[in-house]
Design a protein. Structure first.
Length: 353
């Protein structure tokens, strides 16, 4: 059993901890928190051993009546691998801690790429992480784009990818984020950081990205245009992408016209926290004009990186092959959202029809 510690227990950390517990080959050592807030209570309710991320705050946990198993040094020492899910920039400060204990660590996409030996996406470059000391699981948007671009590049070749990202202003719990009533180019300079981040996975890929931030908390939406090296029919592209386990086609007849209904669909389907681990691609948006592919996809920023973190644990330890890990992660978490309306859409049309 792989002993996994989770340093940070917020939006991503609590999901990673739950996912670790669902794996037949992993054991959760515990989770580290900076303060005894409601998320610390959630960890206690779940029976997770809780460690103080800041030793000087042990008294705060004692005063709140929250039992501790130790401090973060203890967590790292007891773990085979640590998944660092702390806020952006904190992971870089924690690297020395993991080095001191000679414990491999997985960082999140909010950290700079140079924090790790390799930036990671299970579908695209699993094997590059084998035996690495430090791995960076790329951001939610980069994860979504990598899952989409990998099969397209392998099958047809990609001349150029152009993506406009309409980004949520913040997660549901980020009350200090904005905008509140505005639409912001983010950044106003080009490209946005997403294109260069995708290139940490696909170094030779020609990609341009633009970003907009909107007053929503639900999901990101991507408008994707990929110029391919060959000219497949839209139906061929659809069949190719349908074979990818972490892509979900939103069927026309389901009446899901946006992120709000996607989230409701996930909750109705029994997904924990209404999570969507898959890219959600509107099937009827898939269109090909000459060698240009167009589609819309939605990315759930709180959860799509969770399967990747689990796969990264196996990759960094060399405990499973890419195919074995992806299949086991998918099975244990229930990745592979489906709809009874799948395959009932209208025939594909050219982009200008």
């Amino acid at each position: 059993m792989l002993k996994v510690g989770v340093n940070g227990y917020g939006t991503i950390g609590k999901r990673v901890a739950d996912a670790v517990c669902a794996q037949p080959d992993m054991e959760l050592v515990g989770v580290a928190k900076t303060r005894p807030n409601f998320e610390a209570e959630t960890a206690v309710r779940n029976g997770y051993s809780l460690y103080a991320a800041l030793p000087e705050r042990v008294d705060q946990f004692d005063d709140a009546g929250v039992p501790l198993a130790g401090v973060v040094d203890d967590l790292v020492a007891e773990s085979d691998v640590v998944v660092d899910t702390t806020p952006s920039g904190i992971g870089a400060q924690n690297r020395e801690l993991y080095e001191r204990h000679d414990t491999p660590a997985i960082f999140q996409g909010g950290e700079d790429a140079d924090i790790a030996d390799v930036s990671f996406n299970a579908r695209a470059n699993y094997d590059e992480a084998t035996g690495a000391q430090f791995v960076r699981t790329v951001s939610c948007n980069t994860t979504g784009l990598s899952r989409l671009l990998a099969p397209l590049d392998e099958t047809y070749g990609v001349k150029k990818a152009r993506v406009t990202l309409v980004r949520r202003g913040g997660d549901p719990g980020q009350t200090g984020r904005g905008p509140i009533n505005d639409i912001l180019p983010d950044p106003v300079t080009l490209p946005s950081h997403h294109g260069p981040d995708v290139q940490t996975i696909f170094p030779e890929l020609n990609i341009d990205t633009l970003g907009l931030k909107v007053p929503a908390t639900l999901m990101h939406t991507h408008s994707v245009n990929v110029t391919l090296e060959s000219t497949p029919a839209a139906e061929e592209v659809r069949d190719l992408l349908a074979g990818e386990s972490r892509l979900f086609f939103v069927p026309k007849h389901a009446g899901i016209d946006g992120a709000g209904k996607l989230k409701e669909f996930a909750m109705d389907a029994g997904r924990p926290r209404g999570d969507l681990w898959e890219n959600c691609i509107w099937e009827e948006s898939i269109a090909v004009q000459d060698d240009d592919l167009y589609l819309f996809q939605a990315i759930h920023q709180e959860s799509d990186v969770i399967p990747e973190n689990i796969d990264a644990v196996r990759a960094i330890t060399g405990s499973a092959s890419k195919e074995e890990s992806i299949a086991l992660t998918n099975e244990s978490l229930g990745v592979g959202l489906d709809s009874v309306f799948a395959g009932q859409n209208q025939p594909f049309v050219a982009a200008d029809d």
